[in-house]
Design a protein around this ligand. Structure first.
Ligand code: IPE
Ligand code: IPE
Ligand code: MG
Length: 224
């Protein structure tokens, strides 16, 4: 059975779900948040130590302002109301991506990270204003600036995922098969599961099925 330490998820399909059932993309984002809560709990049940959720990409700034504002207001509400609960569940929150939002949101994010820093049960990485190409370019720049040799080990020390093992599993919901600039380096050897269901429809059972399937895959890493 394959060990599993880290699951990464591209939570796609909120907009389509919202339009289909509530005639509003934003309603889909709201519904997607419920799935987030379910999947966090289920991750802990499976004793997985790291969960990385793609919440907002560097490309998502291209969306209409109204949708962007709604997404960030959802996040603000979540942080305001739920961080204590995360803390009580021994969950450590880490943001990967560039924290260049409003002062209020930056403070909420920094405080949540600080408060939960020592927690041990699960590390929840939230990819926010995250883009893998930007992350890699920055890492190379830092290697150069610090006069470090370019090798795998040194590069990974300058990535946002420093000290986080690479994901063994990537899940993308929403019936779309692409990576959308997510963890390009870290996913080099991940098992990839593309899910037809839209994110608000994805549930614990679907998730457990994927984990079970993963556990029995023959992982070669180039060997036979
Ligand atoms: C993913 O769902 C969530 C975010 C990017 C915030 P989408 O909003 O991309 O949903 P679809 O793909 O348009 O249905
Ligand atoms: C990827 O989903 C980003 C997140 C889930 C946050 P998108 O829906 O933005 O991806 P593309 O643009 O369709 O590839
Ligand atoms: Mg999408």
């Amino acid at each position: 059975m394959n060990p599993l330490r880290h699951v990464a998820i591209i939570m796609d399909g909120n907009g389509r779900w919202g339009l289909k059932y509530k005639n509003s993309r934003n309603a889909g984002h709201k519904a997607g948040l419920k799935t987030v809560e379910k999947i966090i709990k289920e991750t802990i049940k499976h004793k997985v130590k790291f969960l990385t959720l793609y919440a907002f990409s560097t490309e998502n700034w291209r969306r209409p302002k109204k949708e962007i504002n709604f997404l960030f207001s959802l996040l603000e509400t979540f942080l305001t109301n739920r961080v204590d609960e995360l803390h009580n569940q021994d969950i450590k929150l880490k943001i990967i991506g560039e924290k260049s939002f409003s002062e209020k949101l930056n403070n909420l994010l920094n405080n949540a990270e600080k408060k939960t820093f020592r927690n041990k049960k699960l590390q929840l990485n939230l990819a926010l204003n995250y883009g893998s190409k930007f992350e890699l370019i920055n890492a190379f720049k830092k290697l150069k600036k610090n006069n470090k040799k370019i090798n795998e080990k040194n590069l990974s020390l300058f990535l946002q995922t420093k000290n986080i093992p690479d994901p063994e599993i990537l899940i993308r919901t929403g019936d779309t098969k692409r990576l959308s600039n997510f963890l390009l380096w870290q996913l080099a050897y991940s098992e990839i599961f593309f899910e037809k269901k839209l994110w608000p429809e994805f549930n614990e059972k679907d998730y457990t099925k994927i984990i079970k399937k993963f556990k029995n895959i023959k992982r070669n890493f180039g060997n036979i």
